[in-house]
Design a protein around this ligand. Structure first.
Ligand code: ZN
Length: 226
């Protein structure tokens, strides 16, 4: 995955072209959050999962959307970050103004772009999945990053307050998961190699049950979003 634009998180993916015959370029149009996470890893539901919804340059291969999921956790993260990268995360959550309740807070593009340019999209799970409301069409190119990023407790608490205002504090806004064998999930690891061939997919394995990733179920609930 090549990240081509910082403001709207445009990206290119050869995988979706090769595997699903989809468009070669997607542009972000919306992002939102789930707590707990909608995907689980080895049965674990992380504190927060951010989804960015993307539209393809043109609909091909019946791929009408792409979605990128990023996990965040207060205490159980595994990202190795510099202090500056930690500040990128803080600036992003600070920009969301989750503590502001009197109006619809504007979201700055720059902290979002900084975050998405920083996160590791080269190590991720990919699969062709469904939208989350009936008829559950399988038209989404899902990308779930394998790294879990830290979120400061104060920002997570602000989101939980938002959930309380939406009367969702007990249930969360995630969907139950389905067994992974319903989908063909791939794991992608990309590493920098020689300058003549800078990006090489070194591991591309389809359908491994031991991946540990469980994916959200499409349900009839209008409050949920893809
Ligand atoms: Zn979502």
């Amino acid at each position: 995955m090549n990240k081509a634009s910082q403001d709207l998180q445009t990206f290119d993916s050869t995988f979706v072209v090769d595997e699903f015959k989809g468009s070669d370029r997607f542009t972000g149009v919306q992002f939102h959050f789930h707590t707990g996470s909608e995907h689980t890893v080895d049965g674990k539901r992380h504190d927060l999962e951010m989804h960015t919804v993307h539209l393809p340059k043109e609909v091909k291969g019946n791929i009408k959307y792409a979605a990128v999921g990023v996990f965040f956790s207060v205490n159980d993260h595994n990202a190795v970050l510099t202090p500056e990268q930690e500040k990128v995360i803080d600036r992003f959550f600070e920009s969301l103004n989750w503590n502001v309740t009197t109006s619809n807070p504007a979201v700055a593009e720059v902290p979002y772009g900084e975050l998405m340019m920083m996160v590791d999209t080269d190590n991720r799970w990919v699969y062709k999945g469904s939208v989350t409301t009936p008829p559950c069409d399988t038209i989404v190119y899902w990308n779930v990053l394998r790294t879990v990023y830290p979120i400061k407790e104060k920002y997570f608490n602000q989101f939980k307050e938002q959930m309380k205002r939406g009367k969702l504090e007990k249930t969360g806004n995630y969907r139950n998961t389905v067994p992974i064998d319903l989908h063909d999930v791939h794991i992608i690891t990309t590493e920098m190699e020689s300058s003549s061939n800078p990006w090489v997919i070194i591991l591309l394995v389809g359908f491994i049950l031991s991946l540990g990733l469980s994916i959200p179920l499409c349900v009839s609930n209008k409050s949920m979003q893809a």
